[in-house]
Design a protein around this ligand. Structure first.
Ligand code: ACO
Length: 273
């Protein structure tokens, strides 16, 4: 039910179909979720810490993925304030926000990291198109979150940095695969092993951002993109995303077979049979 804060705005929910447990997790993780019809907007909402992320943030993202309403077709991820995300909350190095996994039990540590990765992996699901709207810094886990999305729209002040190796870590929030797929192994090595910051114009040039716009045009550019994505036939969008994401792994023969299968499904849906 709309209250004074939400009246006159799209239906806003914190935790879809959920309950207080998920709402509490999103609040703890600094996440805001607003669902309006076919569009879900996830906002990293700790601007005073440049949207630094904790275990609760990653668990919250995973929970959103699990409970997203079936009619959502586009998910937009953005960061409140000057930066998209400064990555892991550095307070965690001193035990805040959950501390690090106990590596004396490698299986438990493996399970924990896998659970956190679930906050990212669902963003490739074919039933939704995911869009990262990036302004300011996207560092470490923040950069990887942008990489986990299907499409990145960046403001001209965006700066991408894979900082983990500089801190003695590896990028482990699903980012190494899309990074290599997008920029190639040589560039990925150069970026990660120097932890250098990539400015928006270079990001556009090497494919890290599909669209770059002036900072004050970011929201408008994302709105236009979302409108264009929603204008396409929903079933065709799902089938095409499924096809495109498997193209790199498939042989030509496998991909041709996948195209035939998907097209037969589309034809059945459109014309019966
Ligand atoms: N964790 C916790 N707090 C943070 C983080 C972070 N990752 N990043 C910024 N903050 C806090 C700052 O401590 C500061 O707090 P304060 O106001 O209490 O002093 C506040 O956010 C604002 O930060 P500034 O540095 O003043 O903001 P600015 O816009 O000048 O710089 C920047 C932003 C570049 C992101 C800088 O804060 C920074 O380099 N942060 C650390 C980034 C980092 O190393 N992240 C880890 C990546 S590795 C990984 O994600 C696994």
């Amino acid at each position: 039910m709309a209250d004074a804060q939400t009246a006159g705005r799209p239906e806003a929910v914190t935790g879809t179909g959920t309950g207080t447990d998920e709402a509490a997790l999103l609040a703890e993780g600094g996440l805001r979720l607003e669902v309006s019809g076919a569009v879900a907007a996830i906002t990293l909402n700790r601007p005073e810490r440049r949207n630094a992320m904790t275990f609760a943030t990653w668990r919250g993202l995973a929970a959103i993925g699990r409970s997203l309403p079936a009619d959502v077709r586009v998910v937009v991820l953005r960061g409140e304030g000057p930066s998209f995300s400064a990555g892991i909350d550095l307070g965690m190095f001193s035990g805040e926000g959950g501390g690090f996994p106990d590596t004396s039990d490698p299986e438990a540590a493996d399970r924990l990291i896998a659970e956190l990765q679930e906050g990212y992996t669902w963003l490739r699901r074919p039933d939704v198109v995911t869009v990262a709207a990036v302004q300011g810094h996207a560092i470490g886990g923040g950069f990887q979150l942008a990489l986990a999305c299907d499409i990145r729209v960046a403001a001209d002040d965006a700066k991408f940095c894979m900082k983990e190796p500089a801190l003695g870590l590896v990028p482990d929030l699903t980012g190494t695969k899309p990074l290599v797929e997008i920029v190639g192994i040589g560039r990925a090595l150069e970026l990660c092993l120097t932890a250098r910051t990539v400015p928006a114009d270079e990001a556009a040039r090497i494919g890290l951002a599909e669209i770059v716009v002036p900072r004050d045009g970011l929201d408008g550019a994302v709105r236009d993109l979302v409108d264009a994505l929603l204008a396409v036939n929903p079933g065709a969008a799902v089938a095409t995303k499924r096809l495109l994401w498997q193209a790199a792994e498939n042989t030509l023969e496998e991909q041709c077979a996948a195209e035939r299968r998907e097209q037969i499904g589309r034809l059945r849906e459109l014309f019966g049979g």
